[in-house]
Design a protein around this ligand. Structure first.
Ligand code: NAD
Length: 463
């Protein structure tokens, strides 16, 4: 497609989405439920195609593809379908006595056309999960999958129009197409990805005063102390870290602990990795691959720098790579805070362990850096848990398990500060993709407002 054709195509897509919204068709509950059920049907009818695409793009195991993408979406749809009618009911607000009699409600109304821009690491989930919310709230949507996962992008472009025609359009492409999209007016832009592009999205949205949700990333820390069952903690940390070969926005990025706690953890992590992926993870179907050569090169570069003899780091597990298959072995390394891996989000299967003197020192370490998307604390000490709860800020705070908060549909999913703004999932998606309209109804008779009208005679007597 030439650049000119792309521009015309994109404008036509946005115009069509707006025309459907303006027709009023999206407002009834029945339309919204129909779209959600159609998306569900699409996921079930073409589960094999989506699964194959995820395997081609990221080497995802079919079970992981179901748990973290396709099945994740069908659960989100089921939850939304079940509760949507209740969520859309006008929410009563209390009326001050001086205004009585009157009725005050918050009424949710759809915004219009929503643009959803998705990244590559969970390419199906992260495109469709926001769209579930956008449709449930009565909007139409334009979805832009990541160009880095072309098989998943093509599968979405193949099936979405067949099931959701008029409700959702897919625009495939990379930076030029996204730039074109961002030059159009939308009523909400929902972006998942990195903070650099997040800033580009927000600047483009500002031109039209379009509200944005930014689901960004960053380093999500873990704190572990000696009070926990270290075998269980190691298994959970390894599971959260190495799923999707570490390419998860809420993956544990690094672990903080005292020397003693990290020594215990370092003994258990290699065993946990072997339990999950066998002695040779390269031969395990359950273990994924790095998305492309550039990402592989970045991770291999980090390993090389931090495993150099002068680096002061030591290898606890793994360390192997294979450029031809973009394989990076599940790797654990003991580093100091200045190591290369500690500079930015790792987004791959390298897990640094960093020694701190105490829980208080770990909290100070976290607070000196950007606010994380997620923070994971493994401690049975209620005092320590309270300190993390009260003295740190993060998108989510989990005790005893990483990543799993995503699958609690009642919890808002989103970041704070550098890890993003706004949230979604379940009812939080409906709130994100709706305008919350204040509605006040007051009978004209009796006119109880006489005392506030000028010339304030009756009011003066009361003041
Ligand atoms: P990516 O490179 O696929 O980019 C995301 C989207 O931005 C793509 O659709 C891409 O086409 C578009 N894009 C890229 N450059 C652009 C530009 N210059 N102008 C306009 N659009 C552009 O994905 P990524 O950013 O590498 O994703 C990884 C990051 O996303 C990590 O930081 C990760 O933590 C974060 N992430 C966050 C969440 C979350 O839910 N908070 C989920 C997944 C990933």
């Amino acid at each position: 497609m030439s650049a000119e054709q792309t521009v015309t195509g994109i404008q036509g897509t946005v115009d069509a989405a707006r025309a459907v919204f303006k027709s009023g068709a999206t407002r009834p509950l029945a339309w919204r439920l129909k779209q959600l059920k159609a998306m569900n049907q699409m996921l079930l009818d073409h589960r094999d195609d989506f699964t194959a695409a995820l395997a081609a793009d990221l080497g995802k195991h079919p079970a992981e593809a179901w748990l973290t993408e396709i099945g994740f979406l069908t659960s989100e749809i089921a939850h939304t379908v079940k509760h949507l009618e209740g969520w859309l009911k006008p929410r009563r607000a209390q009326v001050p006595l001086a205004l009585a009699p009157a009725r005050a409600t918050t009424v949710l109304e759809p915004l219009g056309v929503v643009l959803v821009i998705a990244p590559w690491n969970y390419p199906i989930q992260l495109l469709l999960a926001p769209i579930i919310g956008a449709l449930a709230a009565g909007n139409t949507a334009v979805g832009k999958p990541s160009e880095m996962t072309p098989a998943s992008s093509a599968a979405l472009a193949r099936w979405v129009p067949k099931y959701l025609d008029g409700a959702v359009s897919i625009v495939e492409g990379g930076v030029p197409e996204t730039t074109e999209l961002l030059a159009r007016r939308f009523d909400h832009i929902f972006y998942t990805g990195n903070g650099r592009v997040g800033r580009i999205v927000m600047a483009a949205a500002a031109k039209n005063l379009t509200p944005v949700t930014l689901e960004l990333g960053g380093k999500s820390p873990v704190f572990v102390d000696e009070s926990v069952d270290m075998i269980a903690a190691a298994r959970r940390i390894a599971w959260g870290k190495f799923m999707n070969a570490g390419q998860t926005c809420v993956a544990p990025d690094y672990v903080l602990g005292t020397d003693a706690a990290l020594a215990k953890l370092a003994r258990e992590l290699p065993l946990a990795i072997e339990d999950l992926y066998g002695a040779e993870p390269a031969h395990s179907l359950a273990y994924g691959r790095i998305v492309n050569d550039a990402a592989f090169g970045r991770l291999a570069g980090l390993l090389e720098a931090d495993l150099a003899p002068e680096s002061g780091s030591s290898l606890v597990a793994g360390g192997g790579t294979d450029a031809a298959t973009r394989y990076v072995e599940p790797t654990v390394l003991h580093v100091d805070a200045e190591a290369k891996v500690m500079e930015e989000e790792i987004f791959g299967p390298l897990l640094p362990l960093v020694t701190v003197g105490s829980a208080a020192e770990a909290i100070a370490f976290i607070n000196e850096r950007d606010k994380p998307l997620a923070l994971y604390v493994f401690s049975e000490d209620q005092g320590v848990r309270k300190e993390f709860m009260e003295q740190t800020s993060s998108g989510a705070l989990n005790f005893g398990v990483p990543v799993a908060h995503l699958s609690v549909p009642g919890l808002p999913f989103g970041g704070v500060g550098e890890s993003g703004m706004g949230s979604y999932h379940g009812q939080h998606s409906i709130d994100t993709f709706s305008h919350h309209k204040a509605v006040l109804e007051k009978p004209l008779s009796p006119d109880t407002l006489g005392f506030i009208y000028p010339p304030f005679g009756s009011l003066k007597r009361q003041l």
